[in-house]
Design a protein around this ligand. Structure first.
Ligand SMILES: Cc1cc2nc3c(=O)[nH]c(=O)nc-3n(C[C@H](O)[C@H](O)[C@H](O)COP(=O)(O)O)c2cc1C
Length: 255
């Protein structure tokens, strides 16, 4: 097939997948919210990540205090590029995933609603107007609620793709006890958690380069967030990450 035709086919497939996802989000969150003007928000080219790696590593730390200043699209773009940007022509990402499942979806919880990151389009798909940032905390306080919470969701359907099942069938045929179906299931679950961990560290490093505060977080009820995000039974919330500008003074916190 000539290159041009092949590229057109890939473009059409990406477009089709995006449309299917948009329809799915509309169904999940209801037509009223989806009917808003801004259904998809493209993000600018990622920038601000030029710091040498040694410096970014030296500055990497957890900070739990945030100003309530909204995160700019520029910063959001850089963070999401670090977490799950496309860095190769074949669609592979800035962070690794087991068997290239690409099973982790990232939702951004912001004061203006719930958004879902679409790497293929470098932008955010609007899901709902609800501000659910506080649902990502056990004890939310005005002092600690950041302007942006990233939520890492695993879609188990992608870990059971045809290619993955075929690889498992071959492995099982080898009849090695360490590759029983229980072991494979355990591996699958470990892999998903590791794939999220890689993204969390990448965002920590990007936050360090961008000079903003960031904290990985598990202390919340995944069930509550799964309900608020209207996830399917085969989707699971694994972790969250709170992000915001550092407060300039104590008064910066008071709303
Ligand atoms: C998997 C994971 C879960 C975490 N969960 C929370 C959390 O729920 N709340 C919190 O304040 N910090 C949380 N943290 C941040 C850790 O407390 C922090 O990384 C640790 O104290 C070391 O500090 P440092 O990141 O500055 O090196 C978590 C970190 C990781 C890696």
């Amino acid at each position: 097939m000539p290159i041009r035709q092949a590229l057109d086919a890939v473009r059409a497939e990406v477009e089709e997948r995006f449309e299917a996802m948009r329809r799915e989000m509309e169904e999940r969150f209801g037509a009223a919210d989806a009917g808003r003007d801004e259904v998809f928000r493209p993000l600018p080219e990622p920038s601000g990540l030029d710091m040498p790696l040694a410096e970014a590593l030296a500055g990497r730390r957890t900070e739990r205090s945030f100003s309530d200043e909204p995160i700019s699209d520029q910063v959001l773009s850089a963070l999401l590029h670090a977490a799950d940007g496309i860095n190769r022509a074949d669609g592979k990402r800035t962070t690794p995933s087991c068997m290239n499942w690409q099973e982790v979806d990232i939702y951004a919880l912001k004061p203006n609603g719930i958004w879902r990151w679409i790497p293929e389009r470098r932008g955010m798909l609007f899901c709902a107007l609800d501000d659910i940032r506080r649902d990502a905390y056990v004890v939310p306080t005005a002092l600690t609620t950041p302007p942006l919470v990233l939520v890492y969701v695993v879609d188990d359907r992608r870990t059971r793709s045809k290619a993955a099942s075929l690889a498992e069938a071959i492995v099982e045929r080898l009849k090695r006890p360490e590759w029983s179906s229980d072991e494979i299931e355990a591996l699958r679950r470990r892999a998903c958690v590791l794939d999220v961990g890689a993204k969390i560290q990448s965002v920590y490093l990007a936050a360090s380069a961008l000079g903003i505060a960031c904290s990985a977080r598990l202390a919340f009820s995944p069930g509550k967030l799964e309900a608020r995000l209207k996830l399917r039974p085969d989707e699971r919330v694994i972790a969250a990450q709170s992000i915001g500008y550092r407060p300039k003074s104590i008064l910066d916190h008071i709303r």
